[in-house]
Structure formats: structure tokens, C-alpha cells
Design a protein around this ligand. Sequence first.
Ligand code: COA
Length: 440
Amino acid sequence: MENENKNTFTIIDNRTGASYTIPVQDGTIRAMDLRQIKVTPDEFGTMSYDPAFMNTASCRSAITFIDGDRGILLYRGYPIEQLAEHCSFLEVAYLILYGELPTQDQLHDFERNVTLHTLVHENVKKLMEGFRYDAHPMGMFISSVAALSTFYPEARRVRDPEQRKLDIFRLIAKVPTIAAWSYRHHLGLPYVYPDNDLPYTANFMNMLWRKVESKYVANPVLARALDILFILHADHEQNCSANTMRCVGSSEADPYVTVAAAAAALSGPLHGGANEAVLTMLAEIGSKDNVPAYIKQIKEGKGKLMGFGHRIYKNYDPRARIIKQTADAVFEVTGRNPLLDIAIELERIALEDEYFIKRKLYPNVDFYSGIIYQAMGFPTSMFTVLFAIPRTVGWLAQWQEMLEDKEQKIARPRQIYIGHSRREFVPMEKRGTPQQMAAV
Ligand code: COA
């Protein structure tokens, strides 16, 4: 009993002198427990204010663990380094979705189920063909994934676990097809249908790069590198897009529009768009010699060093380390990307610089991934799409966990209202100038 009491906070409201005992669980207090703290019985009660969710847990989750200070990333308890070394992407997808590493039979079934659903309805193809020749592939991806919703109206039954299972297979299977077609569209090349004899990543490469050969054979080093990059990007707990997935999904919207919404969140340069921004930045720097001057500008507040810094990691992002190793294998096949030298110099100088040390700014996953993608032949506009393919797995796991969590309801934050108090309507003829109106 004594111990139980110890796991509490006593809050004294200095406005009233009243004292409140609030339970502490997992180092967390419930924001709703603050509501009882009020000066008069008829007032609303105390809220917590946390713009950008800097210190608010929005859920309990068993999927991904990050220790940002120590640079640790675990999926379902397994270190990312071990998974990247030993697993295929679909094996990791199974782990993230169902909580345990699959047996050989389970993996085989999972791969078969995903493979079965790689094709999209011919009208999705027609829809994609309707985009302008220079449409951004991420815009095409988001819209086409959302459009899948119209082909599977039964997906609205989000409370039905069997239905969810089917839609999860469909989404994981179809995102590479849509992604590859948005790339082919960009180049004016005919869309390539999936080849279900091929493993997940090799099939994706087939849909990207097959020309006139009767059977596409993926380079095994590049296929493995892509698989590793997919593993590294599969989930990252409650980031902006996962939060979007949970928020939109909490209204019980179907998973196709919900994944599209999460992908829209991913498309921003502060999230998934960062590796595109890294390459633009490296190209702008132009040569190793210009790096010190560029860093000086950043320190003067002229922009940010793209691919550096992270809301959670205040240490080297463990994914960045694995990507750096993968880069070496890729460059053996593709030849060295000249931007790599600029990136390495940038990292070296930044990591020794007081400004970056003090703020705990280290390279994140996006710092090197773009350089690899570019060496593989992807245009920068495809980078976020390449992120969205594996992250679909994480989004779906987060969505499923949210739906099964009895404590979750439709997401609906509070606000602190700072606008006008009630005022009387002013008819048009009495409005005067905008300045006079603002003063009303
Ligand atoms: N380059 C230079 N300075 C940076 C920086 C960067 N990439 N990232 C953060 N900082 C500085 C901020 O200016 C701020 O400095 P100040 O204390 O003097 O004002 C300090 O570091 C803290 O940054 P803050 O913006 O509070 O961190 P955040 O947690 O809100 O932002 C990111 C995290 C990822 C949005 C931010 O680091 C960023 O924009 N990075 C570049 C984009 C990127 O690579 N995104 C991919 C994320 S995986």
C-alpha cells in the first residue's frame, strides 16, 4: 500500500491551497487527472498545453522503442542492427505487424499473401495515366493510394479483424506497384506489371526498371541494399506520419485513405522529404572546399543543415550508421556518388563544431539514404515515395494497435482559445476600413 502511494504526485494548487494526489504510471501522469484541479466547481478544470506534442504520450505502444539519447532503435524488442543484418524486409514487416519473428511456414504464408495482391485494378492504372507528365511522384502515390479506397468499399469495416488483415496484405502488396508506376510515369515509360515469381524488393525493381527483356533480373547487391533501406524505414514510433495515421484512423476512416493521409504527412521536407532536401543542399554546396563556408551560414541562422538533427535522437541515429555501410556496397556496383565526399566532409566538420555538439545535432537516417538512392538511379522526387513503401507497414501496425486499444477514441485535442470574446455582428455598410473592423 505504502508503495502504491509512493507512485503518486501531490499537487498543491496555490490559487486555492487545495491538494490533489495524482497517480504516476510509467513515469507519466494522465492529463485527464489534471481536470479536477479548479478554483470554482463550475470551471472547466486544468489542461496541459503541449504544442507539437513535445512531452505528451498519445498512446501505449508495443511496436517500436527508441532511446534517443543512447541511439537505440528496437522493433518489437529486436535491435535494428540485428534485423538489418539477418532479415528480409517482409520478415521484419511480419514482426512489426504481428509482434513476433515468423517461423519459416508463417513467413512463407505471409510472402504468398502479399504476393497475391500486387496487381492493382486496371482503372487505377488509367487514373495514374491521367496525371500531368511532370506530376510529382509523391502526389501521384498519395492520390492513387487514396483512390484504392473506392475499389474496396468493404475496407470501411475497420472493426472486423479479418477485413483488416486482407486490407493490410493489399496495401503492403500494392504500394510498390503504385510507387513504381509513379516513377515510370515521370519518365514517360509504359507501366510494368508485377512479376509474382520475384521476391518483394526484386519485383519492385522489375516494375521500376524493366525495359524489353522478357524476365527482369535484379542485381542482388542492389536488391539487398533496398531491402535493408526498407527495414530501416519500416517504423519509427509516434512520428508525424504515424500520428496522422492514428489520428485519421481514429475516426474509423478506411485504411486506404488513412495511409494516404499518413503519406501526405510524410511528404513534408521536415519529415520524409528531408533526404531530397539533403541532395539539394549537397548540390548547392558543390564541392568539399565550400563546406566550411556553408556551415558558417547555418550557424548564423541562415537555414538548417538538412539530414541533421532529430526530435528524438540526440545521439547518432543508428539507422544512419547502417546506411553508411550499405552505401559502400552500393557504390561498388554503381560507382561512387560524387556528393558522398561533400557529405562526409560536412559530417566531419559538423561533428567537431561546438554549435552542433551543444545542440546534440547528429546525422539522421536521411543524411545518407538520398545519396544511395541517387546512385541507384532514382530521381530525388522519388525519395519520399521510397520511404512511404516500407513505412506503410509501420503505419498499418500503428493503426491496428490503435483500433485494438480500448482506451483510444476519436483523436480530438483541446485548445487554449486566444481569439475575441463574443462580439456583435457588424452589417456590411457599417464596417468601415479593415483597421476599424479589427478594433471592434
Ligand atoms: N541544422 C542547424 N541547426 C539545427 C538543425 C539543423 N538541421 N536542427 C535543429 N537545429 C537547431 C535549432 O535551430 C535550435 O537551435 P536554437 O536552440 O539555437 O534555437 C536547436 O537546434 C533545437 O532545434 P529544434 O528545432 O528545437 O529541434 P526539433 O526537435 O524541433 O527539430 C528537426 C527536429 C528534425 C525538425 C530539425 O532538426 C530539422 O529541421 N532538421 C533538418 C531536417 C531533417 O533532416 N529532417 C529529418 C528528420 S528524420
